[in-house]
Design a protein around this ligand. Structure first.
Ligand code: PMP
Length: 435
């Protein structure tokens, strides 16, 4: 293990041994497993604001934020209040509730591309359903996916998948049939010409071009200027739908997500993470014309026992309200820029190969000395160096994503002092690994 000998996690170690007997790898999602950085993960006891506390009584400044949802910080009093109030009225009815209207109206108001929205319970379901709707609406089978983008663990999309699938060296999972993979056409991210060529070669057969408008699952990779515009034009020309997977970027890069920030209107949008305020909720939405083809109005089937769950809707709704406070995103942007600049200077001074890529409150310090535009670039990063950096930071109380191929998330709970502490920790950590 790369872990520092002076940084001990005895209770977490005991928990990890026990967990590994009954849960594969001791975790319920591989991204948590520390597989790429070696060693074992701390087990968490609680969280508040920008901080996590593990069962060994370490306190961390948290830059994962549950992998995106916790944009207002952990255990925010307003969100807690909303969830407790909802809980006292019953946790699930399997029947419509008024709160679902309120949150659907908020989503529709946030995104001009969305006139109707359907709630589901995970980002995986949101992306899967958006793809099914695109196929159902167009009557076409094929979809274009970008290498290094991650859209959940859907068979047809676990092909050159980013996030932990890449971290753990399994971007193409066993168990995905040739049939499930056959209709997935791959393109590099940021290469509109590759998409043009594929659409041309598969005329009239491609239901959708699907991507994270800002990629967060191969580390943070922004779209090149003009890339999203080109995809919009190309898809229109070919009668192909454009799907933005905004599970990470929705309500994060601006209230209206990446589509608002970059001024591009997709046909379908997948949302998740923030929309559930830390409880399991996600959604997909589009124009009424498209969404009215979904069951029970139309024939395209999609359902869920816990969809629109009262607690999840309460958490999501109260989170969205907090995001509408004046200058919420300006403050988040300023704090994130400060962090990115500090990390950049620290890495420069330590003379390690590096580039910090950031859009809004999502960022990655790549151990790579050129711009990272796509999956191939990202994979050329020095992951061993990243692993050492990761443990040095953890030992200094900074909880970063445990993989080079993930974005860090800044929340509104991070203070300027937290950011400055993080930069100071990075200076020490980079000096330690460079030396
Ligand atoms: N799409 C994107 C862009 C994601 O980042 C993720 C999860 N990180 C998903 C889909 C899948 O969401 P979930 O883990 O909630 O199923």
């Amino acid at each position: 293990a790369l872990s520092r000998p002076d940084f001990q996690l005895p209770r977490s170690h005991e928990a990890f041994v026990k967990a590994s007997r009954v849960i594969p790898g001791g975790v319920n999602s591989p991204a948590r497993a520390f597989g790429a950085v070696g060693g074992e993960p701390p087990f968490m006891a609680r969280a508040e604001g920008a901080y996590l506390y593990d069962i060994d009584d370490h306190k961390y400044i948290d830059y994962i934020g549950s992998w995106g949802p916790m944009i207002v910080g952990h255990a925010h009093p307003e969100v807690r209040k909303a969830v407790v109030e909802a809980l006292e009225l019953g946790s699930s009815f399997g029947a419509p509730t008024v709160r679902e209207i309120e949150i659907a109206e908020a989503v529709v108001a946030a995104s001009p591309s969305i006139e109707k929205v359907r709630f589901v319970s995970s980002g995986t379901e949101a992306a899967m359903s958006a793809v099914r709707v695109a196929r159902g609406v167009t009557g076409r089978d094929k979809i274009v996916k970008m290498a290094g983008c991650y859209h959940g663990h859907i068979d047809a999309l676990l092909i050159q998948a980013g996030s932990a699938a890449t971290t753990l060296g399994t971007p193409n999972s066993p168990g995905v049939t040739k049939g499930a993979a056959a209709d997935t056409l791959l393109c590099p991210f940021n290469d509109a010409q590759a998409v043009a060529a594929i659409l041309e070669a598969n005329k009239g057969q491609v239901a959708a071009v699907l991507l994270e408008p800002v990629a967060g699952n191969m580390g943070l990779v922004p779209p090149k200027p003009g890339y999203l515009e080109s995809l919009r034009e190309l898809t229109e020309k070919h009668g192909t739908l454009l799907i933005f997977d905004e599970v990470m970027t929705g309500f994060r890069l601006s209230y209206g997500g990446a589509q608002e920030r970059f001024g591009i209107t997709p046909d379908l949008t997948a949302l998740g993470k923030i929309i559930g305020g830390g409880l399991p909720a996600a959604a997909y939405g589009a124009s009424s014309r498209i969404m009215d083809q979904v069951s029970p109005v139309g024939p395209i089937y999609q359902a869920g026992t816990l969809s629109g769950n009262p607690l999840a809707m309460a958490a999501g709704l109260s989170t969205l309200k907090l995001l509408r406070e004046p200058s919420f995103y300006d403050r988040l942007e300023a704090r994130s820029a400060r962090l990115a600049e500090g990390l950049e200077k620290a890495a420069h001074d330590a003379r390690v190969p590096h580039i910090v890529q950031r859009v809004g409150s999502m960022l990655t310090l790549f151990f790579h000395d050129g711009p990272v535009h796509d999956y191939e670039d990202a994979k050329r990063s020095d992951v061993a160096l990243f692993g050492r950096f990761f443990w040095e930071m953890l030992a200094r109380g900074v909880y970063l994503p445990c993989s080079q191929f993930e974005a860090a998330f800044v929340s509104a709970a991070h203070t300027e002092a937290d950011v400055d502490h993080t930069i100071a920790a990075a200076r020490e950590s980079l000096a330690a690994i460079a030396g």
